[in-house]
Write a protein that binds this ligand. Structure first.
Ligand code: ZN
Length: 477
């Protein structure tokens, strides 16, 4: 009988564990073009749940979905100086099409600020046309040298929100509101305890006035930027002449924002919650929340499957995502391992003696098994799924706390970033930040929004600290 071989243990090689789990749990596979991946049905179902949840949150905050083209004239990207400089090294450009060399090369969108800015310059005339609150779910291409499934791929799926406003204040509020939506999603749906705040000048988005971010800690202590929300000021408005006539009849530039979350978040979920047995998926976005494994011999097959079917219907009736694994060609033991590897929160084991006694065994992916009466089992699960979510979040919070240290000297700083997050004062000079990266591989991840106000001197150069608080430094994905 086929046996499920487990992934490489995390303690042995975390990076290999990550690649193993993605393959073994059938989330994704490598595609023929280097740096691209195929997302398999189980991985795509997980992405769809992320998408569905966030989409509802975007709509609840007044945004509408639209779709802009994949191809962008090169000249558009050149209009915003920092933007083109930031994205040029990663651009994929179409120079030939229809058997001819194109008059103007076309960039494959790395992001859509420019084409949306161009369209807004046509659509926006007066204050009555504002605000514009758009979102699109799409793919973008950024030619990456070092790739890793979900974390860094040449083509990836994401959503990009784009908004235009009449005032600076409104645009800044929008920037903060959308970061808030991401944080809400991370904590309450993905069970990720993220740290929200601002990026330093060196780490901000190319073309932004400032970038806000949320950073999560992976189980190897490294940081993952999980979503960003940018205040673009009037940079793109000036580049694309997006103006409007205000109530005072004066012609003004609009203020814009953009914000995005990609399938990187799946990498974050895998590396925050997974263990040596495989994935552990947060119940609110897990493709399967409860798997029923019927255990039978030929003579008990019918009765057991009938009981499994009744339970599955009950669970589905409560709105839960349930799957019955009735594959005859695998043993129950194989199935247990398989669903553990795939990170399904709860497993119900149902054998002939259980059916006779009116009971079932409920096993949690976080450990523990109990025998429960079949009657009322379905009704008990929503609450247990909530408790599962809470426990995942608590574990991740505890881990993050244990691996985060406030440090005031450079030697301790180096130790701290080797195993997790360092909270340190920094002078704010991009050259000093670059030196830190070269010397320790750590970068400034976020200036935490809710850190207490503190004064100090730069952990590396000793100059007075900027930001009025400690900055999170870490090695990052
Ligand atoms: Zn410094």
């Amino acid at each position: 009988m086929a046996k499920v071989k487990g992934p490489t243990p995390q303690s042995e090689d975390f990076s290999q564990w990550y690649l193993d789990v993605i393959q073994m749990a059938e989330l994704a596979d490598y595609a023929p073009v280097r740096g691209t991946i195929v997302v398999r049905p189980y991985g795509y179902a997980l992405w769809e749940n992320v998408q569905r949840t966030l989409d509802g949150m975007f709509k609840a905050t007044g945004h509408q979905n639209a779709y802009f083209p994949l191809f962008i004239p090169m000249s558009f990207l050149q209009k915003e100086a920092e933007h083109v400089e930031g994205f040029s090294p990663e651009l994929a450009v179409v120079t030939h099409a229809g058997g001819e060399e194109l008059e103007e090369p076309l960039a494959i969108r790395p992001t859509s600020e420019t084409i949306i800015g161009y369209m807004w310059s046509k659509w926006i005339r007066s204050w009555r046309d504002l605000p514009q609150l758009l979102n699109q779910w799409n793919n973008v291409v950024r030619w990456e040298m070092r790739t890793r499934p979900f974390l860094r791929t040449s083509e990836f799926l994401w959503q990009e929100g784009h908004t235009a406003h009449a005032t600076r204040e409104e645009a800044e509020q929008e920037t903060a509101r959308m970061l808030g939506v991401y944080v809400d999603f991370a904590k309450n749906h993905a069970a990720l305890p993220v740290i929200p705040g601002r990026k330093t000048e060196r780490e901000k988005f190319a073309g932004a006035v400032y970038t806000t971010t949320m950073e999560a800690m992976m189980k190897d202590g490294r940081a993952l930027q999980s979503a960003t929300s940018h205040f673009l000021g009037q940079n793109f408005a000036r580049a694309f002449e997006i103006t409007f006539q205000d109530k005072d009849l004066k012609e003004k530039y609009v203020w814009t924002t953009s914000w995005g979350l990609s399938w990187r978040i799946l990498g974050g979920i895998i590396m925050t919650h997974g263990d040596d047995r495989g994935l552990v998926l947060p119940p609110r976005i897990a493709p399967i929340q409860v798997v029923i494994v019927p255990i039978y011999r030929a003579e008990s097959r019918e009765a057991v499957l009938a009981a499994a079917d009744r339970l599955a219907r009950e669970l589905a009736g409560l709105g839960l995502r349930v799957h019955t694994d009735d594959r005859d060609q695998y043993t129950p033991g194989f199935k247990f391992h398989d669903w553990e590897l795939k990170g399904v929160p709860f497993r119900v084991e149902l054998g002939p003696r259980d059916v006779e006694a009116g009971t079932a065994v409920l096993a949690s992916r976080l450990g523990g098994k109990e025998t429960l009466p079949l009657a009322g089992l379905a009704q008990a699960l929503p609450e247990r799924l909530d408790a599962f979510h809470d426990e995942l979040l608590r574990r991740a919070e505890r881990f993050q706390k244990e691996r985060t240290r406030a440090v005031d000297d450079y030697r301790t700083f180096k130790e701290a970033v080797a195993e997790g997050f360092a909270l340190a004062f920094h002078c704010g000079d991009p050259a000093c930040e670059k030196a830190i990266q070269e010397e320790t591989k750590a970068t400034a991840r976020v200036v935490p929004a809710d850190a207490p106000a503190e004064e100090g001197v730069c952990v590396r150069c000793g100059r007075p600290a900027a930001y009025g608080r400690r900055v999170v430094f870490a090695r990052a994905y």
